[in-house]
Design a protein around this ligand. Sequence first.
Ligand code: SAH
Length: 356
Amino acid sequence: MSVTHEEIEGWLRESGDRLETLWRLADETRKANVGDDVYLRGLIEFSDYCARKCGYCGLSAENKDVHRYRMSKEQIVESAITARDYGYGTVVLQSGEDRGYSCSDISEIVTAIKAETGLAVTLSVGERGDDEFAEWKLAGADRYLLRFETSNPELYRLIHPDLPGKVSDRFAILRRLRDLGYEVGSGVMIGIPGQTYADLARDILMFDELDLDMIGVGPYLPHPATPLAALAKEKAAENDPNQVPGTELMTYKTVALTRLVRPKANIPSTTALATVNRIQGRELGLMRGANIMMPNVTPVEFRKEYQIYPGKACLMEDAAACQDCMRYRIENIGRKIGVGTGASRNLDNRQAIEKE
Ligand code: SAH
């Protein structure tokens, strides 16, 4: 569906009963394009070491209070087997930007998971080299997730200090990943201090411009040990009418508009949404455009250390409890669990175009 910048900004500023129309449009678009199946991705948060100093993230190298862990190759493969045993079609390997795993360490992990489980493998390990992305693809990785966080270049630079000698350009990386044949996922945080309604509208249009297969959005949740948390407080006190609030409602509006601009994309109902509304956040995300959930299969002993933001939902539940909870939530709203890997429906199109 073609939606203009003005229309998107209008919806983002809407707060009344008219929103029922947006929810209905998003739900109809979801149903017509990706159906009632909800695909489950088993999330393995395998390391919380990070070389970067992202202004919003609790795992920033500057946060000395984090207890850092690295899962071994065996532990990671074990978690992937748990995901397979629960019937999930995909595992997502996520970590801080941790050079403690070399290029070939990650390749070996991917190869072992493919050999042991046959699951689709998604990597989400931050900004690494082009040669590394290429090698991991050859090792069998299917998908890559890297949020661009904001399309406002000044705001982006403010919250992503570069590593020495290396300029961070996530748009370039996303294009590179696409050329390498990955299914590509990205997304943004909602309510970063300094993010305006016009910025967020541009972010949403960017999802289409980048031809994304997967789009994850969630509210920005200030982590007290980060520099951005203080800025968020100052910004909130200003009552700037252009500042996007990082609220639950703004997140649903963004999910719904994302569905309208990218009808076939895989869109998760995220943990950050479950964190702002533990009772119903996941379901409302699914009812307003989302079609994916990401149950956590990280062993509980590690999971509690992976605190990108405080108060993260589902911290103490083991993988079995997560699995039951997700199944219940999906069936309770009349949807069903998808079988298989739940690959991007955009791929069909892209492969057809390539054959022409
Ligand atoms: N190191 C990887 C994985 C980061 S964690 C990478 O950089 O891609 C995954 C996502 O969590 C981030 O992309 C960011 O959008 C989100 N996140 C991080 N800190 C957050 C916070 N304080 N509030 C909300 N979301 C946050």
